[in-house]
Ligand binder design. Sequence first.
Ligand code: FMN
Length: 218
Amino acid sequence: MTRIIPSSPSEEAYKVEEDQGEVFTRDDPLALFAEWLALASKKEPNDPNAMALATVDAEGLPDVRMVLLKDFDVRGLTFYTNTESAKGAQLAATAKAAVCFHWKTIRRQVRVRGPVEHVSAEEADAYFATRARTARIGAWASAQSRPLAGRFALEREVARRTAEFGLGEIPRPPHWSGYRIVPLQVEFWVNRPFRLHDRLQFVRPEAKAAWAQRRLYP
Ligand SMILES: Cc1cc2nc3c(=O)[nH]c(=O)nc-3n(C[C@H](O)[C@H](O)[C@H](O)COP(=O)(O)O)c2cc1C
């Protein structure tokens, strides 16, 4: 077996790592997140809005997978998925999640934790309507996270749904919607020379409370 794991940088390399200067430029975590995401969107070649979404199953075993952030505002961070998927079942049971962004090109990380709520049906409908027709058909055809006999079974279901909808409207499937993570903890991490990275954590006890902030040892 060939194992290729990049080696750690040398002492010398640590010293010459670029220092990014002041990056904690806002007192509000959502405003700071917006700034970092805007920068990441200019630098990351693919999916700057991709985030690892962590949930916990009925046995308390963590689960994690990538999803795409589709919206965020003062209420929280929104993503869309099949509500009958593994993550959907886990969220139905716990209504809690964490997400982590890692932007390799700018060597920054943002972590968010909090309770999860459903977006409204109107919000989900509006976003579903913006998706490509093929993606809307895919949402009907995929029983996400359930066993699939083979690729052909999925393609057959896509063909069946395509014929069913014809040229007509494709409504949002009842099992497809969005979740909003209401942030109670947001942490910003930036790479610094000598591995003396900077961390800034914002916390609040509940959604309507004011944010407190503190620095953490790296
Ligand atoms: C970059 C990236 C973005 C993804 N975005 C989504 C998404 O927004 N919604 C989604 O349901 N799955 C998305 N997926 C697929 C999920 O990672 C996962 O395979 C799927 O949702 C099933 O997860 P579950 O079985 O834990 O529910 C994405 C995968 C990658 C690699």
